[in-house]
Design a protein around this ligand. Structure first.
Ligand code: AMP
Ligand code: MG
Length: 321
């Protein structure tokens, strides 16, 4: 059954079609990374600006050399320690990585995902798959095949169902093409673990860095408004919003002092559990038609840093494209 599905997926990809597939982070919208028309279709289906480059997924670390013109020792060490896994390496590109994939940059983002179905697909396909999250640009990422179907439906040629994603937030992106390595986006591999392998501090730069309030671009956003507050303040903030007549939902580990009149959606207390449940819970609350979501800010350690980053961007002022 799976073999047949994989064979069908490979056939679709070779024809330049789109296949959504599970990874351990979120579901990806995959296309042959070397087929420019197929890659352009990803941008069209997602409504994603062409300047946002895509991550190329590889079957294994040996494929690195075909896509990266220079693989520094630190890249090799990180690949060895964390691949397959939720880590993306940005390296100088070879000619294989087209402008369509890199957004015209001289660097390419590469990752080997840890989901068995994704690896099976990549091995059977035998090349790189460009795959951003399988949802409309700016919205909440999909962590189940049902989420992909709800967002993209018929616009995808095939959706492979590999169950709910184990990590639940996107990969950590590390820039190893610049002089000073840095984290461009916090994600599934904690900063502390990267620093342990590199034996030096790894700053968070660019997209993941703290910027002046109001200039942060909205992304990963639910339809409902999102208010992020320290755990101890959730009940007060929720009560104040409810008093203004808003339909409020609180997502947190426990109801605490929340009045029975305010809806509560439970998420695990540990950061990894919170990360795993984050997107599915935001979608569930949206579906139920609430106007405002109140969520706790986890400590900036481990995968908590990625959850903080996603909540901050999901709660940033929305810009209409
Ligand atoms: P997504 O696939 O939607 O999770 O997003 C991919 C992320 O990778 C985006 O934040 C991109 O900006 C980033 N990315 C992809 N390629 C590069 C690159 N060559 N340099 C820097 N960031 C990149
Ligand atoms: Mg995305």
């Amino acid at each position: 059954m799976t073999d047949e599905l994989i064979a069908r997926a490979v056939e679709i990809l070779r024809r330049g079609g789109l296949v959504a597939f599970p990874t351990e982070t979120v579901y990806g919208l995959g296309a042959d990374a070397e087929n420019e028309l197929a890659v352009r279709r990803i941008f069209a289906v997602k409504g994603r600006p062409a300047t946002h480059p895509l991550i190329v997924h590889l079957p294994g670390a040996p494929a690195l050399g075909a896509w990266a013109s220079r693989v520094p020792e630190e890249a090799q060490a990180l690949a060895k320690a964390f691949w397959p896994g939720p880590l993306t390496l940005v390296l100088p590109r070879t000619g294989r990585a087209s402008d369509a994939v890199t957004g015209g940059q001289e660097t390419v983002a590469l990752r080997v995902p840890a989901h068995p179905l994704a690896l099976e697909l990549l091995h059977a396909f035998g090349g790189g798959l460009a795959a951003p999250s399988a949802n409309r640009f700016g919205g909440v990422s999909p962590t189940t095949a049902g989420h992909v179907r709800a967002d993209l439906g018929d616009e995808v040629d095939l959706i492979l169902d590999g169950g709910p994603c184990a990590v639940g937030v996107e990969s950590t992106i590390v820039d190893l093409a610049s002089e000073e390595p840095a984290i461009l986006r916090p994600g599934g591999v904690p900063r502390e673990e990267l620093e342990r392998v590199l034996r030096r501090p790894l700053p968070v730069r660019g997209a993941g860095a703290v910027r002046v309030p109001g200039t942060r671009e909205s992304h990963y956003a639910p339809r409902a408004g999102l208010v992020v507050a320290p755990l101890a303040e959730l009940a007060r903030r929720a009560r104040a919003l409810a008093a203004q007549g808003k339909r409020v939902a609180v997502m947190s580990p426990s109801r605490g002092e929340l009045p029975g009149t305010i809806a509560h959606f439970q998420v695990p207390a540990d950061p990894a559990g919170f990360a795993r449940a984050l997107y599915a819970t935001l979608r569930e609350i949206d579906q139920a038609g609430f106007e405002v979501i109140v969520a706790p800010e986890p400590p900036p350690e481990g995968v908590g840093l990625a959850v903080r980053d996603r909540l901050a961007r999901a709660s940033a002022p929305r810009r209409l494209y």
